[in-house]
Ligand binder design. Sequence first.
Ligand code: C2E
Ligand code: MG
Ligand code: MG
Ligand code: MG
Length: 281
Amino acid sequence: SDALGKGAPFMQYQDNYRSLVTSSYLMLQEVQRAIVNDEFTIHLQPKVRLHDASVVGFEALVRWQQADGSYIPPDMFIPLAEASGLISELDRQVMLKTLDAINVLKASGYALPVAFNAAVADLESPDYVDNVFSAMSDRKVDAQLLDIEITESSAMRDYETHEASLRRLISKGVSVSIDDFGTGYSSLAHVARLAATTLKIDRSFVQGLETSDSDRHVVEMVARLGRSFGYSVVAEGVETDAQRRMLLDAGCHIGQGYFYARPMPLQIAIEWLKDQEVAAK
Ligand code: C2E
Ligand code: MG
Ligand code: MG
Ligand code: MG
């Protein structure tokens, strides 16, 4: 029983590892099936002006609802989809649903920009930008209403190659937001001439505003840096009124977070908008 006692933790580790591999494989099959069956949907989360809460746009976030009504969080399947190459098809479905949502919002009287998220594999595909442009013209979506979010770490991975694609999007009038900004490794030289219109300050810094001087300094620095280089600056993960006020003090004017609204289905977003001020362009 002594030997068993020593062996047990390792065996348990092996079992956990095996079940992890098995469950990832099953999850991957499920993702593939969900893509084929068009089961992914989007929820929209507003971006607002921090001084008066007027709405300036939305971000579309992928949602995967299960038969029992529960949702599997994107952080559980996006990395898997990225590692397996399924992400391009998933993101394409999300892009098309975002374009449709832009049109429905517009038809409801809300001509507001909506962002969707792109993975590094999307940009690596040589046809990506052309595919976005042709989907936009098929669906008659104005470039001014489209915003593509790409994480700082993705943008910086092989930046020289991605820069040309991002510039093509921007020159057509599409916004390009650098997501989770501050967590990647952009050099100051890069920040000065990023192919982007917007920097999105990562949620971790916003969450630390009230308790960490260093997080507050990062927020102030990104806001100042962004302004001086002509980017708009958006804070993500705003959860409290204190954070809202500190962001304004730091020079950041637009935010997104649970303090304003959770991501919600399109029809709920349209209902929600009826009680909101919409920012004049
Ligand atoms: P992200 O693009 O940085 O999106 C923001 C995440 O923060 C979302 O999580 C959103 O629901 C959450 N969030 C918003 N406000 C708050 C807040 O006040 N507090 C907290 N704690 N969280 C807040 P979500 O929807 O779980 O998405 C996670 C990540 O998955 C996204 O981070 C994005 O990187 C990725 N993702 C989501 N949809 C897509 C997609 O269609 N394609 C790709 N490639 N990635 C996606
Ligand atoms: Mg995002
Ligand atoms: Mg983000
Ligand atoms: Mg994030």
